[in-house]
Write a protein that binds this ligand. Structure first.
Ligand SMILES: Nc1nc2c(ncn2[C@@H]2O[C@H](COP(=O)(O)OP(=O)(O)OP(=O)(O)O)[C@@H](O)[C@H]2O)c(=O)[nH]1
Ligand SMILES: [Mg+2]
Length: 402
């Protein structure tokens, strides 16, 4: 069962269930929809009990649950949790994942770790890969299955943008960072199949960054200083910065929907086509916003006065006054949909316009029958082929779900 705490929210339970209410609660509490494209997501993956939650909490002042060292080493984070990074601009969402290789799930049950790694890669701008320093360059290291998972699932992801993989090496030794970094890059190469993505280099899909931290348990002061330095890199991360480019980012008001659909596809073992997802999200959100505007329009004082007037006498310039009210809501629609796909928002704008006129004619029986309001142009004729396929899939999914 999904849990919600006052600070952080478990959006995916250990059983793979999606906590829709919890995510809505988080989105509302943080005013996320107002951020437009001005937000970033940072996720952390890594072996169980490797200090992931501890690092996130120190980096971002989040409140993820950490293991109590005096209780012994066992699984602490279950499923996937999110929290707001405190004091970081732009608005940044921290995502804490269940550790990999935990004995709780057993050696053969790697389904959840693959699914959650894919989710992190699909949603986050920066994926922190938390690894032990002593594992670098070792054949039987605990980071092996993790790296294998990350690069395997990457093949199922079609993303229009580069994600940043930030390797954080924990409990660094005296070995210089340059040396560790080159060993790590050698390790990574072993997981890349030269035929994957037609042999394109890793750098085409990811920005790879490497950093190292002293042990929190042995050298707490140094750890804190280094974490403070690392934190600096998350300021203005999207302009452009650590988070890379913002191509393909879903506007913040579509984040919740997007996360749910991506998780659903992952659970159903589908390849993830993020550009198509973006269009699906745009279709649903633009239509929701258009319907909200319709609702507001017919509750608007200007419209109500006009509607009352025309019931008793002819109103000169009725259409002009109706258009003035409608324009207010069209402008609001334009503002609220600005970051969504242009083709989709144009189609849904025409839908808003024609629905508004249709409804106005229905409510004003004395009004001479107008030439019928133009039917909303077929999405098919307005959109490029790839987009229209995605829109129709979206509409199918929406119809199916509702
Ligand atoms: N050696 C060492 N231990 C650490 C470090 N940071 C945290 N720990 C300890 O590691 C234990 C696990 O910490 P968590 O932050 O809960 O680890 P986690 O990776 O989130 O664990 P799971 O959520 O169960 O996967 C705690 O006892 C921490 O105090 C570190 O830098 N080095
Ligand atoms: Mg944890």
């Amino acid at each position: 069962m999904a849990e919600v705490s006052s600070c952080s929210v478990q959006i995916i339970g250990g059983d793979g269930s999606f906590n829709v209410d919890g995510l809505h609660h988080f989105v509302r509490a943080t005013n996320l929809p107002d951020r437009g494209r001005d937000y970033a997501v940072v996720a952390i993956v890594g072996p169980q009990s490797s200090g992931k939650s501890t690092l996130m909490n120190h980096l971002f002042d989040t409140k993820f649950k950490e293991m109590d060292a005096f209780e012994g080493r066992s699984q602490t984070t279950k499923g996937i949790w999110i929290d707001k990074c405190a004091g970081i601009e732009p608005f940044t969402i921290a995502m804490d994942l269940e550790g990999t290789d935990g004995c709780e799930r057993g050696e053969d049950d790697t389904a959840f770790e693959k699914q959650s790694a894919l989710f992190a890669l699909a949603i986050a701008d920066v994926v922190v890969i938390n690894i032990w320093c002593h594992d670098i360059g070792r054949e039987q290291a605990s980071n092996r299955p993790l790296l294998k998972t990350v690069f395997q699932v990457m093949m199922r992801l079609f993303s229009p943008r580069k994600t940043t993989l930030l390797f954080v090496i924990r409990d660094k030794t005296k070995t210089p960072l340059e040396k560790l970094e080159s060993n790590l890059r050698e390790d990574i190469k072993k997981f890349l199949n030269p035929r994957d993505h037609e042999g394109a280099p890793l750098s085409e899909f990811f920005n790879v960054e490497v950093t190292a931290l002293s042990s929190y348990e042995e050298k707490e002061e140094q750890f804190k200083e280094q974490v403070a330095e690392l934190r600096e890199r998350f300021f203005h991360s999207i302009s452009p910065g650590l988070a890379g480019d913002s191509r393909g980012v879903v506007p913040a008001s579509g984040f919740s929907l997007s996360a749910q659909w991506i998780w659903k596809d992952i659970k159903e073992n589908k390849d993830l086509d993020l550009p198509a997802h973006k269009v699906m999200v745009a279709t649903v959100r633009c239509e929701e916003i258009a319907n909200e505007k319709l609702h507001c329009l017919f509750a608007n004082e200007g419209w109500l006065v006009l509607e009352a007037d025309i019931q008793v006498r002819p109103v000169p310039e009725f259409r002009k006054r109706l258009d003035a009210v409608l324009d207010t809501y069209l402008s609001e629609y334009d503002r609220e949909t600005i970051y969504f796909d242009d083709d989709v928002r144009t189609v849904k704008r025409q839908y808003l316009q024609s629905k508004a006129l249709e409804e106005a004619y229905k409510r004003v029986p004395n009004w001479p029958a107008p030439t019928p309001a133009p039917a909303p142009p077929s999405i098919w004729s307005n959109l490029p082929a790839a987009v229209s396929i995605a829109v129709s899939v979206a509409e199918f999914v929406v119809n199916f779900l509702t």
